[in-house]
Unconditional design. Structure first.
Length: 122
């Protein structure tokens, strides 16, 4: 999972302060994903999935990151599985996003449908 953020993004800050700092969120995502945070306006060098040297800003442009935060989930070979733009309402919704990806539900439904069904069951 890559979280694309910017230094001046208030929604990124909100996610960090109210969702990503929760122990349950950190434990679940550490257990199920490799997690990277990337400044989508930064020039830090990195290596793309195909082995190409690229800057963070060019990588974000290639993936069409226009607003932040953006959470992109990739397979081990670099295939984009699903993308979530914006912040979640709370840590429970972010955990649902993780479960949506881990369970492969992105192949059959939108996250909004998955979240609605999960909330109806609880």
């Amino acid at each position: 999972m890559i979280m694309f953020e910017t230094n001046t993004c208030p929604w990124c800050t909100r996610m960090k302060q109210t969702v990503l700092n929760r122990v349950a969120v950190q434990d679940y995502f550490k257990d199920n994903f490799r997690i990277l945070a990337l400044n989508s306006e930064g020039g830090a060098p990195l290596v793309d999935f195909d082995g190409t040297d690229i800057s963070g800003i060019d990588f974000a442009k290639r993936l069409r990151v226009r607003a932040t935060p953006v959470f992109m989930f990739f397979s081990a070979d670099g295939e984009l599985l699903t993308k979530f733009t914006g912040n979640t309402t709370n840590s429970d919704d972010f955990l649902l996003l993780g479960q949506y990806v881990v369970g492969g539900h992105y192949t059959t439904q939108k996250f909004s449908q998955f979240r609605r069904a999960a909330k109806q069951q609880s």
